[in-house]
Design a protein around this ligand. Structure first.
Ligand SMILES: [Zn+2]
Length: 271
């Protein structure tokens, strides 16, 4: 038997399609008229703008642990987890537009920020329907500043998803812990979303690639020079010269590998 996704509860309120004001929905009503801008909004799921909050499953200590794990991982500079000074986080609900569309028979879920929250890479976010609860209002919620019409225009122009392909539109509040931390005197921000514990940061102390590239460049140059020895032996015109050149080359190659490897290991231990 195929199990359906848990049903999302019927809306008790929707958002005005035109001005995103919150509109209460009478039980069984098919439309809701906006008292602010006068727009008539369909309550039908394919046209109504629903309003949800993602259930938060992470406590502050869990979020802090997720941040430490990320800091101790491979993406960031070595020992960031022990060297960073982390301040207590701020809990917020960040608004996102969630659109379910039918694209050639397959469902596509598109998530776009509904406010200026650039640190959040929304392509990395998945929100299962089972995690959604009707939004009841919250003091932690950030106001949406990106109008739904802007998202619809972007969908039509950039994603070839027209109005008719949209099955559901919702404003979804994602619970996040915003951490401010400092490392070597510089301030940084990282965000841990409180549903799955994913960490988001756009600028952070990362591993540097420059030293590795320098070692690689020096290595290439050394091996190129070494390869000139058998070439010179060959040009000397006799087989003994070539043989000696090849032997010298092989010894040089082995000897050079030792310091190159040592420098590379030193760098990777350091950063
Ligand atoms: Zn309105």
């Amino acid at each position: 038997m195929i199990e359906d996704e848990p049903a999302v509860p019927p809306p008790t309120e929707i958002l005005c399609n035109q001005c995103t004001a919150v509109l209460p929905v009478e039980q069984g009503a098919l439309t809701a008229v906006c008292e602010f801008c006068g727009a008539t909004n369909a309550v039908d799921k394919s046209q109504a703008v629903l309003h949800f909050v993602v259930r938060d499953t992470l406590r502050e200590t869990d979020a802090a642990a997720a941040l430490r794990r990320w800091m101790g991982g491979n993406e960031t500079v070595k020992n960031l987890d022990s060297k960073a000074t982390i301040k207590p986080p701020v809990f917020q609900l960040w608004p996102l537009w969630l659109v379910r569309a039918d694209v050639k028979g397959a469902e596509r879920v598109i998530i776009k920020p509904a406010a200026a929250v650039s640190v959040l890479d929304t392509t990395r976010i998945t929100i299962p329907a089972s995690d959604l609860e009707p939004y009841q209002g919250s003091a932690y919620a950030l106001e949406p500043t990106v109008p739904l019409n802007a998202v619809k225009k972007w969908l039509a122009a950039d994603q070839q998803i027209g109005e008719g392909m949209i099955k559901e539109m919702a404003l979804v509040h994602l619970p996040v812990y915003v951490f401010a931390y400092s490392f070597e005197g510089r301030p940084y921000t990282a965000v841990v979303e409180a549903a799955a514990g994913r960490v988001f940061a756009d600028i952070f102390p990362s591993k540097q690639e420059m030293p590795y590239q320098t070692v690689a460049a020096v290595g290439c140059l050394l091996y190129f020079c070494a390869a000139l020895i058998p070439a010179a032996g060959f040009l000397s015109g006799n087989l003994t010269g070539l043989g000696a050149g090849v032997i010298i080359y092989l010894i040089a190659a082995l000897v050079m590998a030792v310091p190159l490897f040592a420098v590379a290991s030193y760098i990777s231990a350091k950063i």
